[in-house]
Design a protein around this ligand. Sequence first.
Ligand SMILES: Nc1ncnc2c1ncn2[C@@H]1O[C@H](COP(=O)(O)OP(=O)(O)OP(=O)(O)O)[C@@H](O)[C@H]1O
Ligand SMILES: [Mg+2]
Length: 261
Amino acid sequence: MAGSTLKIEGLHVEIDGSEIIKGLDLEINGGEIHAIMGPNGTGKSTLASAIMGHPRYEITQGSVHLDGKDVLEMEVDERAHAGMFLAMQYPSEISGVTNSDFMRSAINSNRGEGDEISLMKFIRKMDSKMDELEIDQSFSQRYLNEGFSGGEKKRNEILQLLMLEPRIAILDEIDSGLDIDALKVVSKGINSMKSPDFGCLIITHYQRLLNYITPDKVHVMMQGRIVKSGGAELAQRLEEEGYDWIKEELGIEDEKVGEQA
Ligand SMILES: Nc1ncnc2c1ncn2[C@@H]1O[C@H](COP(=O)(O)OP(=O)(O)OP(=O)(O)O)[C@@H](O)[C@H]1O
Ligand SMILES: [Mg+2]
């Protein structure tokens, strides 16, 4: 099947009874890169976790479809098998599981029984992707993210992206903690995924990542909704002017950190 489409309609998400996402619509088609920007605490990571099926986040209204299939009906592992991928803002450390074993079992779990990747093919692919991302080979035998620096964790998330080749990827602050050279390497990795079968949602605070990855659309999220959408120039304006002009335009009151409207 050509193309991949993630369609989110009227999504409402609650955490412990308080509503964080308050009616969100978004459609990402294969071949497109979208960016979401927005102040701290507006629900960007909540959106990512809710779509991926984190049990803490309760979806009270709305729908999420991948190529017409109801994502909210799927178990967490089924979402990954269907081709959805999340690079987390704070990647977890898993002690006792090497990076290499983790990636191989993730690939095989997506491929299913009887269709496992051969060890040779896996090693060749992992070596070449690690070279591409300028990751030292020693990282394949280290425990997943354990003791990795902030930037190394982010680079490793992109290694997973390139190894798993999902249809839809959500990258939550993949640029945070990256040095200037790493930002270029990571961007190159993401750009190498570009194809009609790959759609990408990048959550970021800064325009600088978008100097290397040109988004087709930029969305501003505030108070649990997408309040404005535009092209790459919108990110440029946010970098220069911040969010006040949007709040004024839309008559949104300032909120304290953690305050729920
Ligand atoms: N597990 C949780 N328990 C309680 N509150 C939570 C939980 N997860 C998120 N929240 C609250 O939901 C709101 C949205 O959080 P979220 O992490 O989605 O914000 P964000 O837009 O990703 O912010 P940032 O730009 O700082 O990463 C915040 O007010 C946060 O405190
Ligand atoms: Mg976040």
